[in-house]
Design a protein. Structure first.
Length: 99
């Protein structure tokens, strides 16, 4: 199974936009044609992530059960996953439904 939250091209565009905003350069962002969002408010919603027991993490102890940051990419055939913060090598998947 492969999963990609966003494409590399979309990630590059997002990164470029954020760099422009941080540099104070908004004229290149086509903000005058951006949609207007009325009566807006902030919401929190679930995003894809991974959970499991981690080994070799730079700041967490071995064998600790964790929930990762947002999952951005995963390829179970290759055995890798990229979260917002870091790459993970995938070990054995959890056994669902076994008690």
């Amino acid at each position: 199974m492969k999963f990609a939250y966003l494409s590399a091209e979309d990630a590059l565009r997002l990164s470029a936009d954020l760099r422009s905003v941080e540099a104070g350069i908004t004229r290149s962002l086509s903000l005058h044609t951006a949609p207007i969002l009325e009566a807006h408010q902030m919401y929190s919603r679930r995003t894809a992530c991974l959970s499991g027991y981690v080994f070799g993490h730079p700041s967490l102890g071995d064998g600790r059960q964790i929930m990762t940051s947002q999952l951005m990419y995963m390829d179970t055939e290759v055995g890798i996953a990229r979260t917002l913060n870091r790459w993970y090598r995938l070990g054995h998947p959890a056994r669902i439904g076994s008690a």
